[in-house]
Design a protein around this ligand. Structure first.
Ligand code: PLP
Length: 402
């Protein structure tokens, strides 16, 4: 591509994003939280009653609401999504000396949760449609490296047990979870979903996070719904749910006055104060989702007319929450990524590239990996665009808004 055409493309993208988000004061954030519901009221109730910590009615209400919303039989609220992932893996039986297959393209928390258990992340490639773990590449890689041993499989290069696979629903787009589940079952690996980004996303009506034995959600400040910091473990297995609650509350044996602990537990419970914010946020989720999907439709329409880029749309048969809207540069246009990031940010439109590949981070340089051509291409050609729930909120029904 000529320098002129590159400059034209950057100008077209800036104009398209500006056309969608409209004239706004100051920098348009990538994803900022929106508090237009009963947040103040619920937080005040916590302060007025003194129930601010890990016991309180908002925690229970928040969990019940998550169950209703996702269809998971149990939800256990945690202080962070990272903590939820950690406990999910521990409950999946992952431990020291195991390997867990994860996408190389994700937020660092995915791989870190594996490391917390003493296991090693084993990186696999993603596919271009959902940007999630590629079940075909996973299967081909396992045919190459997995050998049967005992009642499971080990990596023939490292001798370590292949204990679990943990795909991610990237930017809120459901990955090919059913095909991944089929591969996981064939190799006797537990399926755990990193659904941190995909609250409100589903596949033919079935919510993400209900396909694996366990799943983690996140309510960090930049996610679709926030509790300041927070997360949740989803499962439909009563024993695992009970164990999740036990481990996230320092494994304290219930008793009126005795302090006895029967395992190495964690202080991972979500405080009631944060759950209060979460309850108010979940009431607004339908409006947030409608707003985010409207924003995505506008981006899709605007970029249909721009040569050289593709708006990343939800895969067929799925409903995405469009947590972070994304653009992919066409093949061969890698050189335009930096000018595009500079041009948009200089124009007051916050954009950012995909995360660096987890497999390239210093602490994971020795971790096993498959070939990663698609993940590598995505890191060189993707930008995330302003995606806040408030951007189109005035155009949707005010359900749940005070
Ligand atoms: C946000 C996120 C997490 C971690 O959540 P925290 O609540 O920030 O600890 C994990 N995985 C992915 C893919 C995420 O985007």
């Amino acid at each position: 591509m000529s320098a002129d055409r590159g400059t034209d493309l950057v100008a077209s993208v800036v104009a398209a994003i500006r056309g969608v988000v409209g004239p706004r004061e100051g920098m348009v954030a990538l994803h900022e939280p929106c508090f237009r519901g009963r947040e103040w009221d619920y937080v005040k109730q916590c302060l007025d009653t003194g129930w601010v910590s890990s016991v309180g009615s908002f925690v229970n209400d928040f969990e019940r609401h998550l169950q209703d919303l996702t269809g998971a039989k149990f939800a256990v609220a945690t202080g962070t999504g990272s903590g939820a992932l950690h406990v999910c893996l521990e409950l999946a039986g992952v431990g020291r000396g195991d390997e867990v297959l994860v996408p190389a393209l994700s937020f660092v928390a995915t791989a870190n949760a594996v490391a917390y258990t003493g296991a090693v992340p084993h990186f696999v490639d993603c596919e271009f449609t959902s940007l999630g773990l590629d079940p075909v590449a996973l299967d081909a890689h396992l045919r190459d490296v997995a050998v049967p041993q005992g009642d499971g499989f080990v990596n023939r290069h490292t001798g370590r047990r292949l204990a679990a696979v943990m795909p991610v629903h990237m930017f809120g787009h459901p990955c090919q979870i059913e095909a991944i589940a089929e591969v996981a079952a064939r190799y006797r690996m537990v399926l755990v979903e990193d659904a941190a980004e995909s609250l409100g996303s589903s596949i033919r009506g079935r919510h993400t996070g209900t396909f694996g034995r366990l799943a983690a959600l996140s309510f960090n400040g930049n996610k679709t719904v926030t509790t300041g910091g927070g997360g949740a473990i989803l499962t439909s297995d009563a024993a695992l749910a009970a164990r999740a609650k036990h481990l996230t509350t320092q494994a304290k044996v219930p008793h009126r006055w005795e302090y006895r602990h029967d395992a190495v537990g964690y202080n991972y419970r979500l405080p009631n104060l944060n759950a209060a914010v979460g309850c108010a946020q979940l009431e607004q989720l339908p409006a947030f989702l409608a707003s985010k999907r409207r924003l995505a439709a506008r981006y899709a329409a605007a970029f249909a007319a721009v040569d050289g880029v593709r708006f990343v749309a939800e895969p067929a048969d799925t409903q995405s929450n469009y947590w972070l809207c994304a653009l992919l540069l066409d093949e061969g246009l890698d050189d335009l990524l930096e000018p595009l990031l500079a041009g948009t940010n200089d124009s007051g439109l916050m954009t950012r590239p995909a995360w660096s590949l987890l497999a390239d981070l210093p602490m994971y340089l020795d971790a096993p990996r498959a070939a990663l051509p698609v993940s590598t291409a995505v890191t060189r050609r993707l930008i995330n665009m302003p995606s806040s729930p408030a951007l189109c909120l005035d155009d949707v029904d005010g359900e749940g808004l005070a």
